[in-house]
Design a protein around this ligand. Sequence first.
Ligand code: HEM
Ligand code: HEM
Length: 140
Amino acid sequence: MLYFHPVFQAVATLLALYALTLGFRRFQFNHLKKRVAFNWKRHVFVGRLALGMWMLGMVGGLMMARIYWSTTLLTGLHWQVAFWMLPLILFGFATGEVMNRLKEPRKILPLLHGLNNLILICLALFQFYTGWHVLKDFVL
Ligand code: HEM
Ligand code: HEM
């Protein structure tokens, strides 16, 4: 069961990368004046799934730690980075939902949303490194 969380978070990160490739097309349209199509509905669907899964996975990791080791917050950098990701996930969700509901030409908010989510992906990829140490030191 301790492997479920790493696999789950890896899938969430792949979905986030897919949302980024879709979002990059919107970036080209908004800022580089390129006339490329943006699959709006799919971006929103995959984006929600990725952010939701990261949140759920975080709770899952904490629950597994509690079940198997009877305590949480023992993985150092791994849980600390996770907690840094939390406000960014909420910001990514909130900005995405606002732009999805109130559609109008925008520049600043999409940029903040895209940058925020790009940072999130970098942090998630860093979690593979910190998570690998958790696996090595506590699980394998
Ligand atoms: C990991 C998840 C996500 C990533 C990597 C991501 C990335 C991006 C990027 C790069 C853009 C283009 C920004 C720009 O033009 O400057 C964008 C636009 C957009 N995103 Fe996301 N996004 C994610 C999640 C979401 C979610 C959850 C929603 C909705 C609930 C959402 C809704 C939108 C909308 C509506 C736009 C177009 C905004 C506009 O041009 O007015 N995104 N996203
Ligand atoms: C991508 C986002 C990720 C987030 C937000 C995240 C978050 C967390 C959190 C909050 C915990 C509880 C730690 C504690 O109480 O000290 C945890 C546990 C753990 N994490 Fe992650 N994690 C992520 C990805 C990964 C990855 C990619 C791996 C493996 C390469 C991994 C391996 C582990 C392991 C082995 C545990 C112990 C509990 C369990 O296995 O279910 N995590 N994680």
